[in-house]
Design a protein around this ligand. Structure first.
Ligand code: SF4
Length: 109
């Protein structure tokens, strides 16, 4: 596996005049966040995903702004599970609470 270290596509040489706000690589990479990616705009996982690995996206799609497909699938499945689990727990608590406040049936009182 070729190393990404020192690859000019991913790293810049140090220079005393380096300016991260105006370097083209940094300007491009700074935009790689699900918040700024069109394909993520309506995603349920937008708030917790983080966007996955830029290198994986670049390897698969030759574009760091593409999705990291494996991480994307994982993130969506995790957030779906967490929301479903939260709803289930809330329903279970409501049911338990309702059972605890219901009048005791005469047959067992
Ligand atoms: S799960 Fe996929 S589509 Fe959703 S925010 Fe993350 S990278 Fe974007």
């Amino acid at each position: 596996m070729p190393s990404i270290l020192r690859h000019e596509k991913y790293f810049t040489d140090y220079s005393p005049s380096f300016d991260a706000y105006h370097h083209p690589y940094w300007e491009h990479w700074r935009k790689r966040s699900p918040i700024g990616m069109d394909q993520c705009a309506d995603c349920l996982a937008l708030g917790n995903c983080g966007g996955g690995c830029a290198y994986a996206a670049d390897k698969a799609h030759a574009n760091i702004m593409a999705l990291d497909d494996i991480f994307c699938t994982f993130s969506k499945k995790v957030i779906t599970f967490l929301v479903q689990d939260l709803v289930k727990n809330m329903r279970d608590r409501q049911t338990a609470s309702a059972e605890n406040t219901a009048p005791v049936p005469a047959s067992i009182a």
